[in-house]
Design a protein around this ligand. Structure first.
Ligand SMILES: Cc1cc2nc3c(=O)[nH]c(=O)nc-3n(C[C@H](O)[C@H](O)[C@H](O)COP(=O)(O)OP(=O)(O)OC[C@H]3O[C@@H](n4cnc5c(N)ncnc54)[C@H](O)[C@@H]3O)c2cc1C
Length: 764
């Protein structure tokens, strides 16, 4: 996260990184490209000078998207996009790559096809077009997002494999859409009853005067190369640049003297510069020294910020830094706290009109999300993955875990096998801090229409982060909204303080500032205090590099396990942690890794998922010759060693009718389509895992087999599978029952035992 300085420029290191003052307008990009590339003119028909100019312009566009001007990305090198580095081939590749990027930026609404690129690049570069296009597509640099026109590019029949995504925040949603477009079967399991995770836009106010207020992630921090800017453009959502002006007020409400303000800001930046110098001299500060302690030593050494006002101002800047990092300075690593600075997105910082919900809503479209599914356990192994939520078990080829670092720290999810020590240690080492907000809707804007931010100093150092910064959202939220931020130590205390006391304190600050100016401060129509620290689906706000940790810990968090268990989320992306765009990019990254991993597996039959190689038909045939329960076309077999109503068994249903007949009869059940795929050669036998209890419930449905099937799908939520599609659980059940019947299988598999009572859902 990055923040405004007292004059409103936004950065972790305010003074040196003041942003351009002009308003950012995504549409200017269209004009720029049109002007320089001249629409659809074919590259091959242009003069040498035209081509050179065009190549230069395309290089500039590539730079604005985060690509080096005349070099490959590390990822490109790793992907082996050229056979020889630093030669002519690499130069040509870069020109082609930049051309594709520019073409994509020219119109992000439309799916850019390889054919379209071929129209504008000479045939001799055909090979490079293919390589560059595939690299950019599979790594999420082009054709990502929410443009409605992309829907037609999602394969109707997913064929690549199945992925369960845990968490419907930006990372999970980005990955889901990308994987679906790659041809994967995807579902998201989300613990909350809403999508978006730490991006949460709340409707506040009263009827006829509602405002959309972001209680979590709100500012798009740097619009250049920012994928969220692309999404906003695809959705035609206007962006509002956060303006530079940010007056500061003393604790009594009087304005801070402008000269003292800029002096202290300079001191603050010099202190940070000294920390950087010290790091170089000492060749890396010791890992266990905090930024807070180094800053305090330096402050005393240089005897700066000695008066009360100066000290309070310096504390304000410290609070601002604690906001940027969601961590107290005493927690941040002096050595690595700013390790992501070189990757900061350029350009203006913006709010999205109507709040970030616009993006979340669009990302959810067409993605199968199951809400209220808190995941308790994730099992992963050579044969696939199983994810347990309450009494349901989901199976797939791979799982992508996007839960916040706070959730991983609490060990709220059980991993089987346990995560490796290296990952657990990184989880413990990295910091996950707190930022809270008080959001207030007023009857009118009393603070001035020309302001997006203003700040207030605090009497006490330990409370410096309490309501230190106010954001005005009246330009984008649809109502007179102010948000007061609470960072650092104060954010912790905030969570155990009564909301009415908190609102009273904010209001005294606002009255202290505005009433002496003759402005009456009205009571808010509605106010909300966030509690991100006690939220069981987050346990904090965002990550930071804590003492004893470093940027490499983000990389460790991102490592996948055995090509089965993958991780995304803001705390897995070293270059852009703690941000919304970082979360989104991590989702795209993992979609690409999952896709690559699947390709490797497909090329290596020994590693292919075993879910299709269940018990042989002979074993199943043998088992169902002696069913434990039978009625109509339904046969059941159970473990003979337990009569527990929750114990699991297998059900087989036989369809002896034609495809058409069955389709008509089954149309009441939503699984009819899936089933019809299997009904090519009747009689057809399909299976599912059921508990004894569920089998008895089915037996009680008296109206015939159609209704029994309908009950199976709709009321029990079960799905039928072919013998070849039986998952890990069903396979092990079949094997165990067969063994038990032979009288030698008393050691039942742990999977079957632990999941007694679960219903099982397998992604086909
Ligand atoms: C107060 C606040 C202000 C912020 N301000 C900004 C800002 O201005 N700009 C910016 O760029 N970033 C900001 N951020 C950070 C940004 O919001 C996050 O980095 C980003 O949204 C994280 O996305 P994610 O997908 O990684 O995680 P999340 O959005 O947290 O998604 C993870 C999902 O997993 C779900 N989940 C958790 N546990 C389970 C479980 N056991 N089973 C099933 N589901 C589970 C959660 O409910 C959640 O939906 C802010 C964050 C906060 C809290």
């Amino acid at each position: 996260m990055e923040t405004p300085d007292s004059r409103g420029s936004i950065s972790k290191r305010p003074v040196r990184k003041r942003v351009a003052s002009r308003n950012y307008d995504e549409n200017l990009m269209d004009e720029f490209i049109e002007e320089h590339l001249g629409g659809n003119v074919r590259k091959r028909n242009r003069t040498k000078q035209d081509l050179e100019k065009e190549t230069e312009t395309e290089a500039m566009i590539a730079i604005s998207l985060g690509f080096p001007i005349d070099d490959l990305l590390d990822e490109e090198r790793k992907a082996g996009v050229v056979s020889e580095l630093d030669g002519k081939e690499q130069n040509d590749y870069i020109v082609v790559r930049n051309h594709i990027l520019a073409k994509w930026r020219e119109n992000v609404q439309i799916w850019l096809s390889k054919g379209k690129i071929r129209e504008t690049v000479s045939g001799e570069y055909e090979h490079l077009v293919a390589v560059a296009y595939d690299f950019l597509l599979h790594n999420g640099y082009i054709n990502f997002g929410v443009s409605p026109s992309f829907v037609s590019n999602i394969p109707e029949e997913p064929s690549e494999g199945s992925v369960i995504i845990v968490g419907a925040g930006l990372a999970g949603l980005a990955a889901a859409r990308q994987l679906m477009s790659f041809g994967f079967k995807v579902i998201i399991l989300e613990g909350r009853n809403r999508p978006g995770g730490r991006v949460y836009t709340q409707k506040m106010g009263r009827k006829g005067k509602f405002a959309a207020v972001d209680l979590g992630g709100s500012v798009i921090t740097g619009i250049h190369a920012n994928p969220l800017g692309v999404l906003a453009r695809q959705l035609s959502i206007p962006l509002h640049k956060v303006r530079d002006k940010c007056p500061l007020y003393k604790p009594d409400g009087a304005p801070v003297n402008a000269e003292i303000d800029s002096n202290v800001e300079l001191i603050f930046n010099k202190l940070l510069d000294k920390v950087t110098e010290l790091r170089k001299i000492v060749s890396g500060l010791a890992n266990d020294i905090s930024l807070g302690s180094v800053l305090e030593i330096l402050r005393q050494l240089y005897a700066v910020a000695k008066t009360t006002e100066e000290r309070q101002l310096l504390d304000w800047h410290f609070a601002n830094l604690e906001y940027a990092n969601a961590g107290c300075l005493s927690e941040l690593s002096a050595a690595y706290w700013d390790q992501d600075d070189p990757y900061e997105m350029g350009g203006d910082h913006c709010f999205l009109a109507g709040g970030n919900w616009g993006i979340i809503r669009a990302l959810c479209k067409g993605v199968p999300i199951f809400y209220g599914k808190t995941v308790q356990a994730i099992k992963y192994g050579d044969e696939g993955v199983e994810v347990i939520s309450g009494d349901q078990l989901f199976q797939a080829d791979m799982v992508l875990c996007t839960v916040p670092l706070g959730v991983l720290k609490r060990r709220s999810i059980r991993f089987e096998p346990e995560l490796p020590a290296k990952k657990l240690e990184a989880i413990d080492r990295l910091g996950f801090g707190l930022l809270n907000k008080v959001a207030m809707v007023f009857p009118h804007v009393f603070w001035g229409e020309d302001l997006d931010t203003f700040g207030c100093l605090n009497h006490y150092s330990h409370r410096r982060g309490e309501f230190f910064l106010f954001y005005s959202y009246h330009t984008v939220s649809g109502g007179p909204v102010l948000i007061a931020l609470v960072a650092g130590d104060a954010a912790q205390l905030f969570e155990c303080t009564d909301p009415s006391t908190l609102i009273h304190r904010v209001m005294s600050i606002l009255k202290g500032i505005y009433e002496p100016k003759g402005i009456t401060v009205p009571d808010p129509i509605q106010s909300i205090c966030t509690r991100w620290g006690s939220d069981p689906f987050s346990f904090g706000s965002y990550s930071h590099v804590r003492v004893q940790s470093s940027g490499s810990d983000y990389d460790i968090l991102a490592e996948n396990l055995g090509g089965r268990l993958f991780f995304a989320g803001e705390a897995t992306i070293r270059q852009h942690p703690a941000t919304m765009h970082g979360a989104y990019l991590s989702g795209l990254r993992e979609a690409s890794r999952i896709s690559q991993s699947m390709k490797v597996r497909q090329n290596n039959p020994r590693k292919t998922v075993l879910k299709n190689s269940g018990p042989s038909n002979d074993v199943l045939e043998e088992l169902f010759k002696r069913p434990d329960l039978a009625f109509g076309e339904f046969l059941f077999v159970f473990d003979p060693f337990t009569y527990d109503s929750k114990s699991l068994g297998l059900m087989r249903v036989t369809f002896a009718k034609s495809n058409d007949e069955l389709n008509t009869e089954m149309s009441c059940g939503k699984e009819a389509d899936i089933m019809s795929q299997h009904l090519l050669n009747p009689p057809l036998q399909l299976y599912t895992v059921v508990s004894r209890e569920q089998a008895l419930e089915l037996q009680l449905v008296k109206e015939g087999s159609d209704c029994t099937l309908s009950y199976l799908f709709k009321s029990l939520g079960l799905k039928l599978m072919g013998a070849n599609g039986l998952g890990v659980l069903a396979n092990s059940l079949a094997a165990n029952i067969a063994n038990a019947r032979r009288g030698r299988g008393r050691n039942r598999s742990s999977i079957a035992q632990q999941n007694a009572g679960n219903s099982s859902i397998q992604l086909p």
